[in-house]
Design a protein around this ligand. Structure first.
Ligand code: DGJ
Length: 761
């Protein structure tokens, strides 16, 4: 993060009881209403501080619901139904979805949290047990904590809001405390709820399944509720805890967009409700279905954090805000700012056929190509020859690796590569010593069959003794050899959720306690091994979320590595997540998932836009392929900084039109260097010349444009010029080829363009 511009303020006007969070990009306003509720006033472009904005509250009267003119929410002569609230609850006059539901000891659930005080603090407090964005010095952010109290039920609610000095972002979270003498149960505790004054929004979310994660879905809001949620115990392949509300005409470069990103890896819900009056309520947090949390007197529940972002200039700047914040103030540890190594992962090259000689042959071939890290994937431990056994038995199989992990790792290091290892700590196979010793450690309901998936069961991470055990055994593995990298996998979702150690009335806590246990283990291992680079994985991208990225420096984006499929996956992922978080590998052809045979250069040209690597057997390459890969690796090394940490600009979407042509680019912060990727999926005859304008360059700079792979074809020669940033952003790169060139290239083409600023003259 750059030095704060000190324009950020969080002010509370005691005369009007208005809160104004403000920096030079955005304002967020709330106000105490007559009935004590905290009302929402505004979230959008920066408004002048020091002025009253109470008039932004919704008008008093709308529709027949003003019959509800008695009671706590009716003191201003209207029902709660159309009041814009910061912490809406049910049981009063507001019939929209609540953000907070607490069941009192008598079984009732009405709640009226009323303002009881606030405090403003420099910096940003951590959330106990949960990952969150952070600051490195208190002047990077200010946090306001607003205390609301439900006098009748003795429930205290603290709403936390953080404004960052130089980001169009507000981080929100909630604490609920039992301030009474009897137990209460939290039934729903959203991390944030936002009431927007109109419904002219499209909802964008990231949807998919295994091997086609995070495709962009965009639909206009309509009256009613539209939710994206996971009940899988993980954020999941199918959904992602991230949504955007964008105006119908919002594009990458123009129009309003509000982003909502939940820093959480478990069951979640992101929901927009359009009411009869055309207002929109958005709420995000832990999925209420199946959730409850019992608070004894004095106990407190902390929700995960939601990061709200605002852009008036399209989706591009919205993504920029998330990328920067998540790269610089969510990611942590030594690897946060380090260039990430180019790796070769053994999985698709060898699957379970792990032997020392095979791994060393692969590592040797990888080293000759310039690859920097060799990762031994699944199959190295216990009796793990296929997916049916040994998870939980984290001891090396000496028949496969006679000199152990240490022997193999040292031999790999002697070749000049670092050594990395795959683990799946949260799992246990029914065929394992761990399961034989501790059958009750696997999640399941006594008296009911356990559903197996990929022949494995899930350990109960809500139990401290199991987390302690894993910390011990995984720690031993990591100490046993020079291991520089860990891939932490999670290959199934949670079924029959039940905590043996929890009493019946606390079973609703189980799945959240599971995630707290996962975070605890991650936290302890990443602190104990601060120089290890962690990559999270969940059968590909089944837990690619900000919660994971707070501990693991990067995530395995998808098991699908075919470049055509990856264009959509990486494009969608980039809506929220930075390139430095996206593992992107080149695999063999025919592709193992879809059978497609895409050219090697195209596979590389897509994987370059992320944390680059290979997942194939390099001993099986022919001399031409070896030569090409060595050149690809050298190219990535030369441009690694801009490819991993540049500003990612999406130019042409695979989700618009026929999606046949896609383009994107990444630009260095100083705008002196950029790499542009252009992709054409199917080749069509006589497609004719066209241009695609670039963005994000310095209009006053001159750039030397070089096509990659270099060549003497018409695309390379027509673009090999020194051109102004203004010219490139207006007219753009020329896509052109002669007829023989078009015919020779066939389908699945890619072309990169490297732009380097040069001095005029
Ligand atoms: C799923 C991962 O996504 C793959 O990359 C690989 O690690 C396998 N699991 C191993 O079982």
């Amino acid at each position: 993060m750059e030095a704060p511009n000190r324009q950020m303020t969080a002010t509370w006007d005691c005369a009007t009881n208005e809160l104004h969070l403000h920096n030079d990009q955005i304002s967020y306003l709330a106000r105490v209403l007559d009935d004590g509720s905290l009302g929402h006033l505004y979230f959008g472009p920066a408004l002048t501080p020091g002025r009253p904005y109470g008039h932004l509250a919704p008008p008093d009267f709308r529709g027949p619901s003003d019959r509800l003119t008695e009671g706590p929410r009716a003191t201003r002569g209207h029902a709660g139904e159309f009041v814009a609230l910061e912490c809406p609850t049910g049981g009063g006059g507001d019939f929209r979805v609540p953000a907070l539901t607490v069941q009192h000891a008598d079984g009732s659930t009405a709640l009226h949290p009323a303002y009881a005080g606030h405090r403003i603090m420099a910096g940003k407090p951590a959330i106990p047990g949960l990952p969150s964005t952070y600051v490195e010095s208190p002047d990077e952010a200010e946090t306001v904590e607003v205390l609301l109290v439900d006098a009748a039920g003795a429930v205290e609610v603290r709403l936390l809001y953080t404004i960052f000095a130089d980001a169009p972002v507000i981080a929100r979270s909630v604490r609920v405390r039992n301030a009474g003498q009897r137990q209460v149960t939290v039934r729903c505790a959203m991390s944030a709820s936002l009431d927007l004054p109109d419904a002219r929004w499209d909802l964008l979310h990231l949807s998919g399944t295994w091997a086609r994660e995070r495709h962009v879905v965009r639909q206009a809001l309509a009256p009613g509720r539209r939710a994206v949620s996971s009940l899988r115990g993980a954020s999941s392949h199918e959904t992602n805890p991230f949504i955007v509300l964008a105006r119908p005409h919002t594009t990458e470069e123009a129009g309003e967009a509000c982003g909502f990103s939940l820093v959480y890896s478990g069951n979640f819900r992101a929901e927009a409700e359009v009411d009869a009056y055309g207002t929109t309520r958005v709420r995000l947090g832990i999925e209420p279905e199946g959730f409850s949390w019992t608070l004894d007197p004095g106990e407190e529940f902390a929700t995960p954090e939601v990061v709200l972002a605002y852009s008036s200039a399209g989706l591009g700047p919205l993504s920029d805000a998330y990328h920067r914040l998540y790269r610089e103030r969510l990611a942590r540890g030594a690897w946060r700012d380090r260039p990430r190594p180019i790796l070769l992962n053994s999985w698709e090259g060898a699957y379970f056929d792990v032997t020392e000689s095979r791994m060393l042959a692969m590592a040797t071939a990888a080293q000759e190509l310039g690859i920097e890290l060799f990762v031994l994937d699944d199959g190295w431990f216990g009796e793990r020859n296929d997916a049916t056994s040994s998870l939980g038995d984290w001891t090396v199989n000496r028949r496969k690796l006679p000199d152990g992990l240490d022997g193999l790792a040292r031999k790999v290091e002697a070749l000049g590569l670092r050594f990395g290892l795959w683990i799946e700590p949260e799992m246990v196979s029914a065929r394992s010593r761990l399961f034989a010793d501790h059958p009750d450690w696997a999640i399941g309901i006594p008296g009911r069959p356990r559903t197996e998936s990929r022949s494995q069961l899930v350990l109960d991470m809500s139990r401290a003794e199991i987390v302690d055990h894993l910390f011990g055994v995984i720690g031993d593995v990591l100490r046993s050899a020079p291991i520089s990298y860990v891939k932490w996998d999670f290959n199934r979702n949670i079924t029959e959720p039940f905590g043996l150690a929890l009493p019946p009335e606390r079973q609703g806590e189980f799945l959240h306690r599971y995630i707290l246990g996962v975070y605890d283990l991650y936290d302890r291992l990443t602190r104990a091994f601060p120089d290890v680079l962690f990559e999270s994985c969940a059968g590909g991208g089944g837990r690619f979320d900000p919660g994971m990225l707070a501990f693991s420096h990067q995530g395995w984006t998808s098991d699908e590595m075919d470049p055509v499929e990856r264009l959509r996956i990486q494009w969608g992922t980039s809506l929220c997540y930075p390139l430095s978080s996206m593992g992107a590998h080149v695999a063999a052809v025919p592709n193992h998932q879809v059978g497609r045979v895409a050219p090697l250069a195209t596979r590389a040209a897509v994987a370059f836009f992320g944390v680059f690597g290979y997942e194939l057997d390099p001993t099986k390459l022919d001399p031409d392929e070896r030569c090409a890969i060595a050149a690809h690796v050298a190219f990535y090394k030369e441009h690694r900084e801009v490819l991993q940490r540049g500003r990612f600009v999406r130019l042409r979407s695979p989700f618009e039109g026929d999606g046949n042509e896609v383009a994107w680019m990444t630009v260095a912060d100083d705008r002196r260097r950029a790499v542009v990727g252009w992709y054409r999926i199917l080749n069509h005859p006589q497609s004719g010349p066209q241009r695609f304008p670039l963005r994000g360059l310095d209009p006053a700079a001159l750039y030397r444009v070089a096509a990659w792979p270099p060549g003497d074809d018409s695309m390379a020669s027509r673009n090999a010029l020194v051109r102004g940033g203004d010219d490139l952003m207006s007219s753009g790169i020329l896509v052109v080829a002669t007829r023989p060139e078009i015919a020779a290239r066939g389908d699945f083409q890619a072309r990169l363009f490297v732009l380097e600023a040069v001095e005029a003259g």
